[in-house]
Ligand binder design. Structure first.
Ligand SMILES: Cc1cc2nc3c(=O)[nH]c(=O)nc-3n(C[C@H](O)[C@H](O)[C@H](O)COP(=O)(O)O)c2cc1C
Length: 224
């Protein structure tokens, strides 16, 4: 396959998967995925991503403690997030929600259904692995961009290895529990997490497809 063709296949093949099989990824593949992702660019090559990957019993413990905490309203975020958008961003947010809830058969009026779908975030959509992405606390927006570039490189690396993923802001909703469970060193702030593993193709949520706006809505070419 030509490089452009295989790159395009990986980029277009990556999408947020919200239902995984209970099948762990072998250690070599895990190591290869994260080794490849190290090639992500960063400001002055500072590579400010500090990544903690949870699997096995540690992950099961987090699944329970995070789910319980969030269901009780125990939030502890390192970065504020309101979840509310305005204007075109609101329109796009609603479009994504419609695609997801539509695939899951959840109507607009079904508050319980929506709440249950939301709570699956904290069970990592049954994934066998989750990566938590931290940034040193002295860093700001510029270095947070490095984490974003790393995250996309990581998810593309996963896809190229046959692994699906879901980036989740929700996984930063109680940073205290994540840090305590994983013994994360002082001085790191949690941005978000990525659940990953083998897609459960039977899961209705995984039938959801979101589109993208026209190129001209986001990109302006200044030619003269
Ligand atoms: C930084 C980031 C945080 C996200 N947080 C969540 C989340 O908490 N829960 C969730 O279900 N999806 C989350 N998503 C997935 C987005 O909804 C998804 O990327 C978007 O709808 C585009 O769909 P696609 O990833 O399938 O292309 C997040 C995506 C990004 C990039």
């Amino acid at each position: 396959m030509e490089p452009l063709e295989s790159f395009s296949k990986v980029v277009k093949g990556r999408r947020s998967v919200r239902g995984f099989l209970p099948k762990a990824i072998d250690d070599k593949t895990l190591n290869d995925i994260f080794t490849l992702a190290q090639h992500a660019p960063s400001n002055c090559n500072t590579q400010p991503w500090a990544v903690h990957v949870a699997s096995g019993k540690t992950l099961e413990s987090l699944r329970e403690s995070l789910s319980t905490a969030i269901s009780r309203g125990d939030y502890d975020m390192d970065f504020f997030y309101s979840g509310t958008y305005e204007g075109i961003y609101k329109t796009r947010q609603v479009g994504a929600a419609k695609a997801l809830f539509g695939a899951m058969g959840i109507t607009r009026e079904d508050k319980q259904g929506r709440d249950e779908a939301f709570s699956r975030n904290f069970r990592f959509f049954d994934a066998p692995h989750v990566a938590f992405l931290f940034i040193p606390e002295e860093f700001g927006v510029r270095e947070a961009c490095d984490i974003g570039m790393y995250a996309q490189t990581l998810m593309l690396s996963m896809k190229a290895h046959g692994i699906d993923s879901c980036p989740q802001t929700a996984l930063g909703f109680n940073a205290r529990i994540v840090k305590e469970t994983l013994n994360v060193p002082q001085g790191l702030k949690l941005l978000f997490g990525i659940s990953f593993g083998y897609e459960d193709t039977q899961m209705p949520a995984n039938a959801a497809r979101v589109d993208r706006v026209e190129l001209s809505e986001c990109v302006t070419f200044h030619k003269e």
